[in-house]
Design a protein around this ligand. Structure first.
Ligand code: GLU
Length: 284
Protein backbone atom coordinates (compact mmCIF):
# COMPACT_ATOMS: atom_id res chain seq x y z
CA UNK A 1 0.00 0.00 0.00
CA UNK A 2 2.69 2.42 1.03
CA UNK A 3 4.63 1.81 -2.13
CA UNK A 4 1.77 2.56 -4.45
CA UNK A 5 0.80 5.66 -2.53
CA UNK A 6 4.35 6.86 -3.05
CA UNK A 7 4.14 6.11 -6.76
CA UNK A 8 0.95 8.04 -7.18
CA UNK A 9 2.06 10.99 -5.17
CA UNK A 10 5.18 11.27 -7.23
CA UNK A 11 3.09 11.05 -10.38
CA UNK A 12 0.96 13.87 -9.04
CA UNK A 13 -2.26 11.95 -9.56
CA UNK A 14 -5.06 12.49 -7.09
CA UNK A 15 -6.21 9.20 -5.67
CA UNK A 16 -9.90 8.49 -5.98
CA UNK A 17 -11.15 5.20 -4.53
CA UNK A 18 -14.55 3.71 -4.03
CA UNK A 19 -16.34 1.16 -1.92
CA UNK A 20 -19.18 -0.27 -3.99
CA UNK A 21 -21.63 -2.34 -1.96
CA UNK A 22 -24.84 -3.83 -3.36
CA UNK A 23 -27.82 -3.03 -1.15
CA UNK A 24 -29.31 -6.52 -1.12
CA UNK A 25 -28.40 -7.28 2.48
CA UNK A 26 -26.47 -5.88 5.41
CA UNK A 27 -22.72 -5.43 5.36
CA UNK A 28 -20.49 -7.83 7.23
CA UNK A 29 -16.92 -7.78 8.44
CA UNK A 30 -15.47 -8.49 4.99
CA UNK A 31 -17.18 -5.36 3.68
CA UNK A 32 -15.76 -3.33 6.56
CA UNK A 33 -12.29 -4.58 5.67
CA UNK A 34 -12.79 -3.54 2.05
CA UNK A 35 -14.31 -0.15 2.90
CA UNK A 36 -11.46 0.67 5.29
CA UNK A 37 -8.93 -0.36 2.68
CA UNK A 38 -10.40 1.95 0.02
CA UNK A 39 -11.02 4.78 2.48
CA UNK A 40 -7.51 4.79 3.96
CA UNK A 41 -5.78 4.50 0.60
CA UNK A 42 -7.50 7.69 -0.52
CA UNK A 43 -7.51 9.62 2.72
CA UNK A 44 -3.87 8.93 3.60
CA UNK A 45 -2.94 10.61 0.32
CA UNK A 46 -5.45 13.48 0.63
CA UNK A 47 -7.62 11.94 -2.09
CA UNK A 48 -11.32 11.26 -2.56
CA UNK A 49 -13.32 8.35 -1.31
CA UNK A 50 -16.76 7.46 -2.65
CA UNK A 51 -19.34 4.97 -1.55
CA UNK A 52 -21.11 3.84 -4.69
CA UNK A 53 -24.42 2.09 -4.18
CA UNK A 54 -24.64 -0.72 -6.74
CA UNK A 55 -28.42 -0.88 -6.82
CA UNK A 56 -29.23 -1.88 -10.38
CA UNK A 57 -30.66 -5.17 -9.34
CA UNK A 58 -34.36 -4.17 -9.25
CA UNK A 59 -36.31 -5.71 -6.40
CA UNK A 60 -33.22 -7.21 -4.77
CA UNK A 61 -31.89 -3.69 -4.07
CA UNK A 62 -33.46 -1.92 -1.12
CA UNK A 63 -32.74 1.64 -0.07
CA UNK A 64 -33.05 0.66 3.63
CA UNK A 65 -29.83 -1.31 3.25
CA UNK A 66 -28.07 1.69 1.71
CA UNK A 67 -29.16 3.77 4.72
CA UNK A 68 -27.63 1.18 7.01
CA UNK A 69 -24.40 1.26 4.96
CA UNK A 70 -24.02 4.96 5.76
CA UNK A 71 -24.53 4.27 9.46
CA UNK A 72 -22.06 1.38 9.34
CA UNK A 73 -19.32 3.44 7.74
CA UNK A 74 -19.87 6.32 10.17
CA UNK A 75 -19.68 3.84 13.04
CA UNK A 76 -16.34 2.62 11.70
CA UNK A 77 -15.11 6.21 11.60
CA UNK A 78 -15.05 6.44 7.79
CA UNK A 79 -16.18 9.48 5.87
CA UNK A 80 -16.93 9.80 2.18
CA UNK A 81 -17.18 12.55 -0.41
CA UNK A 82 -20.11 11.31 -2.47
CA UNK A 83 -22.63 8.50 -2.62
CA UNK A 84 -23.50 7.95 -6.29
CA UNK A 85 -26.16 5.35 -7.02
CA UNK A 86 -26.19 3.13 -10.10
CA UNK A 87 -29.98 3.29 -10.35
CA UNK A 88 -29.64 6.94 -11.46
CA UNK A 89 -27.34 6.03 -14.35
CA UNK A 90 -29.39 3.73 -16.55
CA UNK A 91 -29.23 6.18 -19.47
CA UNK A 92 -25.46 6.03 -19.58
CA UNK A 93 -25.52 2.22 -19.50
CA UNK A 94 -28.03 2.22 -22.38
CA UNK A 95 -25.91 4.61 -24.41
CA UNK A 96 -22.73 2.58 -23.92
CA UNK A 97 -24.46 -0.71 -24.74
CA UNK A 98 -25.94 0.82 -27.87
CA UNK A 99 -22.52 1.96 -28.99
CA UNK A 100 -20.97 -1.46 -28.35
CA UNK A 101 -23.81 -3.13 -30.25
CA UNK A 102 -23.55 -0.77 -33.20
CA UNK A 103 -19.80 -1.30 -33.32
CA UNK A 104 -20.40 -5.05 -33.58
CA UNK A 105 -18.88 -6.14 -30.26
CA UNK A 106 -22.12 -7.51 -28.81
CA UNK A 107 -24.65 -10.02 -30.04
CA UNK A 108 -28.18 -10.80 -28.94
CA UNK A 109 -28.83 -13.95 -26.96
CA UNK A 110 -32.18 -15.32 -25.84
CA UNK A 111 -30.88 -18.52 -24.23
CA UNK A 112 -31.95 -19.27 -20.73
CA UNK A 113 -30.01 -21.27 -18.17
CA UNK A 114 -31.66 -24.52 -19.22
CA UNK A 115 -30.80 -23.96 -22.90
CA UNK A 116 -27.18 -23.40 -21.96
CA UNK A 117 -27.00 -26.38 -19.60
CA UNK A 118 -28.38 -28.60 -22.36
CA UNK A 119 -25.28 -27.78 -24.41
CA UNK A 120 -23.07 -29.16 -21.62
CA UNK A 121 -20.84 -26.11 -21.47
CA UNK A 122 -17.52 -25.90 -19.70
CA UNK A 123 -17.36 -24.19 -16.31
CA UNK A 124 -15.48 -20.90 -16.24
CA UNK A 125 -14.76 -17.98 -13.94
CA UNK A 126 -18.39 -17.11 -13.46
CA UNK A 127 -20.43 -20.27 -13.97
CA UNK A 128 -20.89 -21.82 -17.39
CA UNK A 129 -18.99 -20.55 -20.38
CA UNK A 130 -21.62 -19.73 -22.96
CA UNK A 131 -20.99 -21.84 -26.07
CA UNK A 132 -22.04 -19.04 -28.43
CA UNK A 133 -25.14 -20.64 -29.91
CA UNK A 134 -26.87 -17.31 -30.56
CA UNK A 135 -23.83 -15.82 -32.25
CA UNK A 136 -24.51 -15.08 -35.89
CA UNK A 137 -28.26 -15.32 -35.04
CA UNK A 138 -28.31 -19.06 -35.63
CA UNK A 139 -30.95 -19.43 -32.92
CA UNK A 140 -34.54 -18.26 -32.98
CA UNK A 141 -34.17 -15.34 -30.54
CA UNK A 142 -37.60 -15.75 -29.04
CA UNK A 143 -38.39 -13.91 -25.83
CA UNK A 144 -36.24 -11.45 -23.91
CA UNK A 145 -32.68 -10.96 -25.05
CA UNK A 146 -29.43 -10.37 -23.29
CA UNK A 147 -26.43 -8.84 -25.05
CA UNK A 148 -23.19 -10.80 -24.94
CA UNK A 149 -19.67 -9.73 -25.69
CA UNK A 150 -18.01 -11.46 -28.62
CA UNK A 151 -14.79 -12.21 -26.79
CA UNK A 152 -12.91 -13.85 -29.67
CA UNK A 153 -13.69 -11.07 -32.09
CA UNK A 154 -12.75 -8.45 -29.53
CA UNK A 155 -9.45 -10.06 -28.59
CA UNK A 156 -8.50 -10.59 -32.21
CA UNK A 157 -9.26 -6.98 -33.05
CA UNK A 158 -7.73 -5.30 -30.02
CA UNK A 159 -4.79 -7.56 -29.37
CA UNK A 160 -3.17 -7.64 -25.97
CA UNK A 161 -4.48 -5.45 -23.15
CA UNK A 162 -2.48 -5.04 -19.98
CA UNK A 163 -3.52 -3.84 -16.55
CA UNK A 164 -1.63 -3.18 -13.34
CA UNK A 165 -2.49 -4.69 -10.01
CA UNK A 166 -0.80 -3.68 -6.78
CA UNK A 167 -0.11 -7.29 -5.83
CA UNK A 168 0.15 -9.09 -9.15
CA UNK A 169 2.00 -6.37 -11.04
CA UNK A 170 1.50 -6.20 -14.78
CA UNK A 171 -1.27 -8.54 -15.90
CA UNK A 172 -2.23 -9.48 -19.45
CA UNK A 173 -6.02 -9.38 -19.62
CA UNK A 174 -7.51 -12.72 -20.55
CA UNK A 175 -11.31 -12.75 -20.37
CA UNK A 176 -11.65 -16.18 -22.01
CA UNK A 177 -12.52 -17.79 -18.69
CA UNK A 178 -15.74 -15.75 -18.82
CA UNK A 179 -16.52 -16.64 -22.41
CA UNK A 180 -19.00 -14.39 -24.16
CA UNK A 181 -20.01 -12.67 -20.94
CA UNK A 182 -23.38 -10.91 -20.55
CA UNK A 183 -22.99 -7.15 -20.89
CA UNK A 184 -26.68 -6.24 -20.86
CA UNK A 185 -28.95 -8.49 -18.86
CA UNK A 186 -32.39 -9.52 -20.08
CA UNK A 187 -34.03 -7.66 -17.21
CA UNK A 188 -31.61 -4.75 -16.75
CA UNK A 189 -29.77 -2.17 -18.88
CA UNK A 190 -26.36 -3.48 -17.79
CA UNK A 191 -24.57 -6.36 -16.15
CA UNK A 192 -22.22 -5.79 -13.23
CA UNK A 193 -19.31 -5.67 -15.68
CA UNK A 194 -20.67 -2.85 -17.80
CA UNK A 195 -22.09 -0.81 -14.91
CA UNK A 196 -18.97 -1.03 -12.74
CA UNK A 197 -16.61 -0.24 -15.61
CA UNK A 198 -18.57 2.80 -16.74
CA UNK A 199 -19.07 4.06 -13.21
CA UNK A 200 -15.44 3.80 -12.27
CA UNK A 201 -14.72 6.06 -15.24
CA UNK A 202 -17.57 8.49 -14.53
CA UNK A 203 -16.60 8.67 -10.85
CA UNK A 204 -13.00 9.39 -11.78
CA UNK A 205 -11.75 6.38 -9.82
CA UNK A 206 -7.98 6.12 -10.15
CA UNK A 207 -7.55 3.08 -7.88
CA UNK A 208 -10.14 0.32 -8.05
CA UNK A 209 -9.91 -1.53 -4.76
CA UNK A 210 -11.88 -4.70 -4.14
CA UNK A 211 -11.47 -8.25 -2.86
CA UNK A 212 -9.32 -10.72 -4.73
CA UNK A 213 -12.43 -12.76 -5.54
CA UNK A 214 -13.12 -10.12 -8.22
CA UNK A 215 -9.62 -10.29 -9.71
CA UNK A 216 -10.73 -12.24 -12.79
CA UNK A 217 -13.54 -9.76 -13.52
CA UNK A 218 -10.88 -7.17 -14.17
CA UNK A 219 -9.88 -9.03 -17.35
CA UNK A 220 -13.32 -8.20 -18.75
CA UNK A 221 -13.34 -4.66 -17.40
CA UNK A 222 -9.99 -3.86 -18.91
CA UNK A 223 -11.19 -4.82 -22.39
CA UNK A 224 -14.42 -2.88 -21.93
CA UNK A 225 -12.35 0.19 -21.11
CA UNK A 226 -10.50 -0.28 -24.35
CA UNK A 227 -13.70 -0.69 -26.38
CA UNK A 228 -15.33 2.33 -24.76
CA UNK A 229 -12.14 4.41 -24.70
CA UNK A 230 -12.28 4.91 -20.95
CA UNK A 231 -9.38 5.86 -18.70
CA UNK A 232 -7.45 2.96 -17.21
CA UNK A 233 -7.13 2.99 -13.42
CA UNK A 234 -4.75 1.04 -11.20
CA UNK A 235 -6.19 -1.98 -9.33
CA UNK A 236 -5.75 -3.31 -5.82
CA UNK A 237 -7.30 -6.71 -5.20
CA UNK A 238 -6.92 -7.13 -1.49
CA UNK A 239 -6.92 -10.38 0.45
CA UNK A 240 -10.27 -11.57 1.73
CA UNK A 241 -11.07 -11.77 5.37
CA UNK A 242 -11.78 -15.40 6.15
CA UNK A 243 -13.74 -16.99 8.96
CA UNK A 244 -12.31 -19.54 11.39
CA UNK A 245 -12.85 -22.33 8.84
CA UNK A 246 -10.92 -20.45 6.18
CA UNK A 247 -14.12 -19.62 4.29
CA UNK A 248 -14.94 -16.23 2.81
CA UNK A 249 -17.19 -14.28 5.18
CA UNK A 250 -20.63 -14.01 3.73
CA UNK A 251 -24.14 -13.18 4.78
CA UNK A 252 -25.39 -16.58 3.78
CA UNK A 253 -22.90 -18.26 6.13
CA UNK A 254 -24.37 -16.32 9.01
CA UNK A 255 -21.45 -13.94 9.69
CA UNK A 256 -22.76 -11.24 12.02
CA UNK A 257 -23.65 -8.06 10.16
CA UNK A 258 -22.09 -4.70 10.97
CA UNK A 259 -25.56 -3.47 11.83
CA UNK A 260 -25.94 -6.21 14.46
CA UNK A 261 -22.56 -5.39 15.94
CA UNK A 262 -23.29 -1.68 15.94
CA UNK A 263 -26.68 -2.12 17.53
CA UNK A 264 -25.20 -4.46 20.14
CA UNK A 265 -23.02 -1.54 21.26
CA UNK A 266 -19.68 -2.76 19.92
CA UNK A 267 -17.00 -0.09 19.47
CA UNK A 268 -16.79 0.54 15.70
CA UNK A 269 -13.57 2.54 15.90
CA UNK A 270 -11.84 -0.26 17.80
CA UNK A 271 -13.08 -2.77 15.25
CA UNK A 272 -11.74 -0.62 12.42
CA UNK A 273 -8.33 -0.49 14.11
CA UNK A 274 -8.33 -4.25 14.47
CA UNK A 275 -9.09 -4.66 10.77
CA UNK A 276 -6.29 -2.24 9.88
CA UNK A 277 -3.89 -4.40 11.87
CA UNK A 278 -5.11 -7.43 9.95
CA UNK A 279 -4.50 -5.60 6.69
CA UNK A 280 -0.96 -4.84 7.73
CA UNK A 281 -0.39 -8.43 8.77
CA UNK A 282 -1.76 -9.85 5.52
CA UNK A 283 0.29 -7.36 3.52
CA UNK A 284 -2.68 -5.87 1.64
N1 GLU B 1 -21.05 -4.49 -5.86
C1 GLU B 1 -20.03 -5.49 -5.73
C2 GLU B 1 -20.24 -6.27 -4.47
O1 GLU B 1 -20.96 -5.84 -3.58
C3 GLU B 1 -18.64 -4.89 -5.69
C4 GLU B 1 -18.12 -4.70 -7.04
C5 GLU B 1 -16.77 -4.01 -7.19
O2 GLU B 1 -16.16 -3.62 -6.18
O3 GLU B 1 -16.35 -3.87 -8.32
O4 GLU B 1 -19.68 -7.34 -4.36
Amino acid sequence: MVLSKGVWQSENVEIVTRFAPSPNGNLHLGHAYSAIYAHDLARDAGGHFLMRIEDIDGPRSQSEFADEFRRDLEWLGLDWDEVPAQSTRFDSYDAAAKRLLEDGWLYRCSCNRKDIEALEPRCGADGFIYPGSCKGAQCSLDGPEALRLDINRMMAALGECVWTDEEAGSVVADPREFGDVVIVRKDLPASYHLAATLDDAVDGVTAVTRGEDLFTSTHVHRYLQELLKLPVPHWHHHKLLLDDDGQKLAKRRGSPSLKDRREAGEDGLALAEQLRLQQMRSGT
